[in-house]
Design a protein around this ligand. Structure first.
Ligand code: GLY
Length: 332
């Protein structure tokens, strides 16, 4: 399947239009700026771990033509990556040494499902999809999510930290200072949003959450509207970074609503980061949060609080890791 489309819209930014302005002056003032590149189909994912995830999502989309299958299968790659310390059961534990996972999935028709504070489940994104498809609920948490997983035939994995996570946890225990860490190894959470050739949207978001968090802490990733929001009428957005700051501004929902009001995905991401910064003033220097957005035409945007955020982009003309712009400039 190769239903690709690439369009560059040119916006004439002249203030004129008035016959009172002399032709020579008019031509000096005219500036033609490419503002929106649109691609369908397209997959966007947070961080460098989004590259292999996007490949899998792309392959799945080609095979099944189903954008929900694509985002689910895509993020499962990250959930299975033994070296990943911020997604899946190999992620860093909470301060009690226990790995708890959060995940959500959403379709452009408004269907959604999520799980939070789950243990022993290798693929929380698939469990979130089962919540969406096999229950009348949106969110299951903790022990209830575990029981549902068993009823759905999921295997429970042994609770044992991965060697990398164990080593990091032992080092953390030396001081055991309660200062949860975000942006570990320059990544945190995989949020993936995708659009198919016909403009159907879906998204998936999955994480082991903030390293050394309090037991029971839940971040933005499983909260519909915070870590993920998708609406076929408008677009989709997903988030990464310090969940508390993202929850407080309903970050992904805010981006979609700003796009509904006419902002481009890039403008919507930037406005949302400005809102987050304004609401987190006291602690902002220690905060990283980043957003990705796509609209129903396939235009995209990304923006973060701090430098260092990147995202993986996959469409017919490009598969690349792209550096995001940020609110604060590079330090030093
Ligand atoms: N963004 C992931 C978390 O805060 O848990």
């Amino acid at each position: 399947m190769n239903h690709s489309s690439r369009r560059i819209f040119l916006r004439n930014t002249t203030l004129a239009g008035s016959a009172l302005i002399a032709p020579n002056f008019l031509s000096c003032q005219q500036k033609t700026t490419p503002v929106l590149e649109t691609y369908k189909p397209q997959i966007l994912s947070t961080w460098n771990h989004g590259m292999p995830a996007n490949n899998e999502a792309w392959k799945t989309l080609q095979q099944t033509g189903n954008i929900v299958d694509a985002v689910e299968q895509g993020v499962r790659v990250t959930e299975s990556d033994p070296d990943n310390l911020s997604v899946g059961l190999q992620g860093l534990p909470d301060r009690d040494g226990i790995v708890t996972l959060d995940a959500s999935i959403m379709k452009g028709d408004g269907s959604c499902g999520s799980v939070s504070f789950v243990r022993q489940i290798k693929h929380p994104i698939t469990l979130a999809r089962r919540v969406m498809e096999n229950t009348p609920h949106v969110m299951l948490s903790g022990e209830g999510a575990r029981r549902f997983a068993i009823a759905e035939g999921f295997a429970l994995e042994t609770e044992q930290l991965s060697p990398k996570a164990e080593a990091a946890y032992q080092k953390w225990l030396e001081n055991a200072q309660y200062k949860p860490v975000v942006n570990v190894e320059n990544h945190d959470t995989i949020g993936m949003i995708g659009i198919d050739a016909e403009g159907r949207l879906a998204g998936a978001c999955t994480t082991s959450g903030l390293a050394y968090k309090m037991h029971g802490r839940v971040g933005d990733s499983p909260i519909i509207g915070a870590g993920l929001y998708v609406d076929d009428e408008v677009g989709a957005a997903t988030a990464t970074g310090l969940g508390e700051t993202i929850i407080k501004i309903c970050g992904s929902f805010l981006i979609v609503e700003l796009m509904r009001q006419g902002r481009s995905p890039q403008e919507a991401c930037e406005e949302t980061v400005r809102r987050l910064v304004a609401k987190s003033k006291a602690t902002i220097k220690d905060v990283q949060a980043g957003f990705l957005a796509i609209n129903k035409d396939g235009a995209f945007g990304a923006y973060a609080v701090q430098p260092g955020f990147n995202f993986a982009q996959h469409h017919p003309a490009k598969q690349a890791l792209v550096d995001s712009q940020s609110y604060f400039p590079q330090h030093g």
